[in-house]
Design a binder for this molecule. Structure first.
Ligand SMILES: *Cc1c(COP(=O)(O)O)cnc(C)c1O
Length: 473
């Protein structure tokens, strides 16, 4: 897959002007509700407010750059995804928040309070979830190379689901469970030959990727046999197979790719019933549900996606005379992305006649690597004030020693943007703090939750002492 083909990356060809840049918005001060958090507004002075709090005072108190999370929006999205499923057993919620998009102790608590399940894919994410006392039975443990120590810790904690990714792991988890005389509930991760991003998906017979067991060539069926060998293992069988798992991509805007994935996965459910006389009760369709990074993105709402997924799985199961399994989804960015905004202060403005204006901010690729990594598009506004100046084509760049240090590749900003202004970049709640780095020994920004006119520091800003604490000299 070429870099440019990545999801969150390039905008669609039909909305681009000849130069490859979309036309400026009619009103540069407007906040498209599709892109900005639910509480985003402009006050009488024209300042952006989030959670009822002006960004200028927020920046004065907390500094910039800063990640700001609209708690009300985050919780509302969590609730909406759950509500889309109608009734379900609260001990086995059908929506698992993908913690890799952003996880802190407070966010794990929000997820717990809203009744979500939680996906973790490393010992570190598990540690954060456990430190927040997230109910372990609602945690699913992912990853293509979980260590023996991680598996043991997850078993000791009582993690609810393990998604098995390799034959080595099946043996490792079984051994760890036998040692503890416990049973691990497991799903087999199936790669179904579907690669889905935005409006396109490719269906192939084979999967050229590190995750999971390929359906083609019977690898997934073989993995199921391997797991089921442990079914009859003594008084306490170490592994209990509860379902299949499939994850087909990210920033997906429609259900066509899921349709092919479900078709193939349900085919395997039927084959398992025929071969082993076992009807698996769960089917996890993974995450990847898209959000609007710009006004050109048009994600479907949770209710229509869930209704479509349910209909697809029901139809496929009907074809095989299988009961419909419990469907699970794992949205990460669809919950945590839109509630997040990054605030930056402008440091320099460099106009290049006939080309564009480079606007340098006090952060960059260390707090948002997605633009450099995926060619991702973002929306950016002048946040500390409004302006009636003409639109200017800007490239918002960071302060790192790297030409590719771009925050927003093509941003229409008012032509009078000047040092000291605050810029806000929308939809940065997912995969920005969680993928951040200390490149150039940058100090990672804090994560601030805003709610009802007050802010709370969820993760504090790094200090030079933090940097030096690891350096033993
Ligand atoms: C990354 C990932 C997710 C979440 O993806 P989003 O695009 O954030 O929704 C869910 N499940 C699995 C297995 C993943 O790897």
């Amino acid at each position: 897959m070429s870099r440019a083909a990545h999801p969150a990356g390039p905008r669609y060809a039909d909305v681009l002007t000849a130069g490859g840049v979309s036309a400026p918005p009619a009103d540069l001060n407007a906040l498209d509700p599709k892109v900005w958090p639910i509480t985003a507004a402009r006050d009488e002075e024209g300042q952006l407010t989030l959670g009822g709090l002006g960004v200028a005072e927020l920046a004065r108190r907390q500094g910039t750059p800063a990640y700001v999370l609209d708690e009300a929006d985050w919780r509302r999205r969590a609730r909406t995804w759950l509500a889309a499923f109608g009734s379900y057993d609260p001990q086995e919620p059908p929506v698992h928040y993908a913690g890799k998009s952003f996880l802190s102790k407070a966010v794990a608590r929000w997820a717990a309070e809203e009744g979500l399940g939680l996906d973790v894919c490393s010992g570190g994410e598990l540690a954060v979830a456990l430190a927040a006392a997230f109910p372990a039975h609602r945690i699913t443990f992912h990853g293509n190379n979980k260590t023996v120590a991680e598996l043991g810790r997850a078993l000791d904690a009582g993690v609810g689901r393990f998604v098995l990714d390799s034959h080595e792991e099946i043996d490792r988890l079984a051994a760890a469970a036998i040692e503890r005389e416990t049973t691990a509930a497991v799903m087999v991760r199936v790669t179904v030959g579907v690669e889905a991003h935005t409006h396109e998906f490719i269906a192939t017979a084979h999967e050229d990727q590190k995750f999971g067991f390929s359906l083609a060539g019977g690898e997934a069926a073989e993995a199921v046999r391997h797991v089921l060998k442990f079914r009859a293992g003594g008084k306490t069988p170490p592994l209990e197979l509860v379902g299949l798992h499939s994850h087909i991509g990210s920033q997906i805007f429609d259900t066509a790719g899921f349709e092919t994935a479900a078709h193939r996965a349900v085919g395997l459910l039927a084959a398992i019933r025929d071969e082993h006389g076992l009807v698996l009760p769960e089917l996890d369709l993974g995450g990847g549900l898209g959000i609007a990074y710009t006004s050109e993105d048009d994600p479907q709402d949770a209710f229509s996606i869930v209704a479509a997924l349910k209909a697809i799985v029901a139809r496929e199961c009907f074809g095989y005379s299988l009961p419909t399994p419990q469907i699970t989804v794992e949205p990460g960015r669809a919950i945590s992305g839109p509630p997040g905004v990054t605030l930056y202060e402008v440091g320099t403005v460099k106009p290049l006649e006939g080309l564009r204006t480079y606007v340098s901010v006090d952060g960059g690729m260390s707090d948002n690597i997605r633009t450099a990594l995926y060619d991702a598009a973002y929306t950016c506004v002048l946040a500390s004030r409004t302006s009636e100046a003409e639109p200017m084509l800007a490239r918002v760049v960071g302060k790192h020693c790297e030409a590719g240090d771009i925050v927003v590749k093509d941003a229409w900003l008012p032509a009078d943007v000047r040092p000291g202004d605050l810029l806000a970049v929308a939809a940065t709640g997912a995969y920005c703090r969680s993928m951040s780095s200390n490149y150039n020994h940058a100090l990672r920004p804090p994560v601030l939750a805003v709610l009802d006119g007050a802010e709370r520091v969820l993760v504090r800003r790094e200090t030079e002492d933090d940097l030096l604490a690891l350096d033993l000299g």
